[in-house]
Design a protein around this ligand. Structure first.
Ligand code: ACO
Length: 451
């Protein structure tokens, strides 16, 4: 089996958003804190009409429809999410309602959870299956979805919601490199959800940033080492056409690219530093572990990497800036944004690295190659056209004022455990084809309809 990777993708985000400029005023914080300080423009949210089942059903159904997928050709369906409703029962089993209708029930895979990393773990499971002796020749689908909501306070503007679905099989236009995945996993209480009565996480913002950046250091250095082992000419960031990150908020991603440059600097022999990194020799003796919040290092390497950021990373932030943190789909929303920013001709033969981070913590850096031959070119074109259509829905969304958004959040919070329950959120504002919650009965069983 060769060239295992992504054949098709689909993305879903809610039809309503709150504007971050308006949210700054409403929250009475300094103008620019969310828009410039965090780099966010709009935040998508769901009313009580949508939950993790419905958003995953929406994105999966769209993927199936748009790509004419025969459900009997699917042998594995994986879900990555950290949005929990039925605890022991997976979201995957709910998605089986689409397959069971067609009598397709011989489908492996369930849910995978570790904060924003679950989508990547689900994706790896699917790739590994296709590359394994258990593979039966069918394709796999990976769905990553989350509704990211925080309680009132500084974390609230870093919420978001959305879902991504990916079709995985051999001979793909987007191919995963073998043998260079680099992971860093350890224990941290930076973000977790110990209160099962609430939809909100416990989050230590500062610690979460430190964990994210230290995971990035570890993954990037190990990834670079593995790349050098197969290609001695590998020169870190300079050898990559794109660098994509899990995006809790866009400013952290820009700082992360600067951090990658700082790592490249530290990995360069002393005698070559002045020619490759002019004017940065005052940082020669600096250590990674002491510099997570070092303003001088941050500023110097943000300046150094400005053009690299514009070229290699910024195109991947379109959805993150306009939807917010989608949690598990965030990195894959980055991939979609990157793809729609280019033409197939600009993408053929390119290589880019992706950094996935999930608090708690689990992280991996891996790379994707865009296939070189012409048949891959036409597959790629189809993929790009298809996601382009979905991304264009960004412009068809409705802005909701912060007070109304806060009221919707209040309704979600108050009714998180109400049963029986009939949602009050509007159906008419949903995009056509969106699944929505009709009711929860006294046994907490949920029923849905499709608009
Ligand atoms: N104009 C421009 N920038 C401003 C302004 C202004 N008027 N006011 C503040 N800022 C800047 C700050 O300087 C800061 O930028 P800096 O870090 O470059 O200095 C930025 O805006 C944010 O301001 P802070 O005061 O640092 O924000 P606060 O501590 O209130 O919250 C945080 C930020 C911690 C990210 C919070 O939103 C949070 O907890 N989010 C959830 C956790 C998270 O996303 N962590 C990331 C990795 S883990 C994960 O993926 C969940």
């Amino acid at each position: 089996v060769e060239n295992v990777g992504i054949h098709a993708m689909e993305i879903y985000f809610p039809s309503q958003y709150v504007d971050q400029v308006e949210l700054e005023k409403f929250d009475e914080v300094a103008a620019g804190k969310y828009t410039i300080g965090l780099g966010q423009s709009k935040m998508a949210f769901c009313t009580d009409r949508e939950d993790i089942h419905s958003i995953c059903l929406t994105v999966l159904h769209r993927l199936i429809e748009k790509n004419n997928i025969n459900l009997h050709d699917i042998g594995r369906l994986e879900v990555g999410t950290e949005t929990i409703i039925d605890k022991s029962k997976s979201v995957k089993t709910f998605l089986m309602t689409l397959f069971a209708k067609e009598g397709a029930t011989d489908i492996e895979g369930i849910d995978t959870t570790n904060a924003c990393y679950g989508g990547t773990a689900a994706l790896f499971n699917a790739i590994n299956w296709v590359e394994s002796s258990s593979w039966d020749g069918r394709k796999a689908i990976v769905v990553a979805g989350d509704i990211a909501v925080y309680g009132k306070g500084p974390a609230r503007p870093t919420g978001g919601a959305g879902a991504v679905a990916m079709l995985i099989a051999p001979d793909a236009p987007l191919v995963f490199d073998c043998g260079v995945r680099a992971s860093y996993m350890t224990h941290a209480y930076d973000f977790y959800k110990p209160d099962l009565a609430s939809e909100f996480p416990y989050v230590d913002g500062k610690l979460s940033i430190q964990c994210y950046l230290s995971a990035l250091d570890n993954c990037y250095n190990l990834f670079s080492k593995k790349m050098r082992a197969i290609d001695p000419n590998f020169k870190g960031l300079l050898s990559l056409d794109g660098m994509l990150f899990h995006s809790p908020y866009c400013k952290l991603v820009q700082k992360s690219l600067a951090r990658v440059s700082f790592n490249d600097f530290l990995n360069t022999p002393y005698e070559e530093r002045e020619s490759k990194f002019p004017g940065l020799s005052q940082f020669n003796e600096f250590k990674r572990e002491n510099t997570y919040f070092d303003r001088d290092v941050e500023k110097a390497f943000m300046t150094y990497s400005k053009d690299l950021f514009e070229a290699k990373t910024k195109p991947s932030l379109h959805l993150a800036r306009n939807v917010g943190n989608m949690y598990t789909p965030s990195l894959y929303g980055g991939l979609v944004s990157y793809l729609v920013s280019k033409s197939p001709e600009q993408l053929i033969g390119k290589k880019f690295a992706l950094f996935s981070y999930g608090s708690g913590l689990a992280s991996t850096m891996y790379s994707i190659n865009i296939c070189n031959d012409m048949s891959a070119g036409s597959k790629l074109e189809k993929l790009i056209n298809s996601v382009n259509e979905s991304v264009s829905l960004l412009e068809k969304r409705m802005s909701v004022e912060p007070q109304k958004f806060t009221n919707y959040m209040q309704v979600r919070t108050e009714n998180y455990h109400t049963a029986p329950y009939e949602p009050s959120g509007p159906v008419d504002t949903l995009f056509p084809g969106t699944y929505y919650l009709v009711k929860i009965d006294d046994q907490r069983r949920r029923t849905y309809d499709r608009k």
